[in-house]
Design a protein around this ligand. Structure first.
Ligand code: PMV
Length: 328
């Protein structure tokens, strides 16, 4: 039996603009998916998943795709969970040359699902690492990141950037520009996350920004302005000036709002954080619903968020220095 974990992430800067070649800076957080893998005697795949959403649910199925689990969650969610694990296992079969191998896979995650925190990337990264080690092969982090990206790319019909999977595999703060991903220095950030209990439709939100950009030149300028904020943010990250970092995050949120990807609940949480004295706050990920990220070393933001209508959960999240972790 092997057990690996991998972290989720927040975007400090640059989501959406990264689709058009601007840089982005995601940062891994200590909220993890843990994947336990046991080799089977046959070629079947059995997945037992818990806590894939905040409410938690259990999915168990035998075989690859035809055996439907009997649980009270949307089929889309189950398809997604199954698709990611199937894809990760295919990558492991490919990496190890063991085409006929089957596994029992148990997933446990404390990352809200589909809320801009990279939950699927964390599951895929941990699954690839655990399953390949179960076959006696330890893959380099770069290869895990690449294979996890390929899995997401396939499951999400080409709508995936390398940011989530690279960040989850390597940990820390990361700079992504096109296909170029690298780790960058970051101070210990006082990250607070607010979650509205929902999730945005990434594909529709990305399409919305694309349409705006085609219609209005100033929407294109807004995307470029986000790129400028990111470049400033990278420099400030190196100095550790949290006040300036927060101001730039506020700027980034305003530009994302202008592109139509915020929502009432995300804005409410962002303002609650700012009113509570956070250095800055912005939505993280595709938007439309899901999570915000704020910087506040005190408890004020977390407390304020807990009393904010529309906020379902708020928590502090340490920066995850380590990406994929080999636990057993
Ligand atoms: O919501 P997430 O964590 O999947 O992030 C989406 C980020 C976008 O920039 C909107 C899309 C992308 O693939 O980069």
């Amino acid at each position: 039996m092997t057990l690996s974990s991998a972290p989720g992430k927040v975007y400090l800067f640059g989501e959406h603009a990264v689709v058009y070649g601007e840089p982005a800076v995601p940062c891994a957080i200590e909220r993890r998916a843990r994947v336990e893998v046991r080799r089977r005697d046959d070629d079947k795949l059995r997945v037992h998943a818990e806590d894939l959403s905040l409410d938690g649910f259990t999915v168990e199925y035998g075989g690859q795709t035809d055996d439907r689990p009997d649980v009270d969650v949307s089929e889309g969610l189950i398809d997604a969970a199954m698709g990611y694990v199937d894809g990760a296992i295919d990558q492991v079969r490919d990496a190890t040359g063991e085409d006929e191998v089957g596994f029992d896979v148990t997933i446990e995650s404390d990352i809200p699902l589909g809320a801009g925190l990279g939950s699927s990337a964390a599951v895929v990264v941990a699954a690839i690492d655990a399953a390949s080690r179960e076959l006696g092969v330890t893959l380099e982090r770069d290869e895990i990141a690449r294979r996890a990206f390929e899995t997401e790319y396939e499951v999400q019909d080409g709508q995936a950037s390398r940011a989530d999977t690279f960040c989850s595999a390597t940990g820390g703060a990361v700079r992504v520009e096109g296909d170029d991903c690298r780790s960058i220095e970051a101070p210990d950030l006082p990250i607070v996350v607010g979650f509205d209990g929902g999730a945005g439709d990434t594909g529709a939100l990305v399409a919305g920004v694309r349409a705006l950009r085609e219609e209005y030149e100033f929407a294109g300028d807004t995307v470029e302005a986000i790129g400028d904020v990111v470049r400033n943010g990278e420099d400030v990250l190196a100095t550790g000036d949290l006040e300036e970092l927060g101001r730039l995050m506020n700027f980034n949120h305003g530009l994302l709002s202008a592109l139509g990807v915020s929502s009432r609940s995300l804005d409410a949480m962002v303002w609650a954080a700012r009113d509570a004295g956070a250095y800055g706050a912005k939505l993280t990920g595709a938007g439309g619903g899901g999570c915000i990220v704020a910087l506040d070393p005190t408890d004020a933001t977390e407390t304020a968020l807990k009393f904010t209508p529309g906020c379902e959960d708020a928590f502090r999240a340490e920066l995850a220095e380590e990406g994929v972790k080999r636990l057993e």
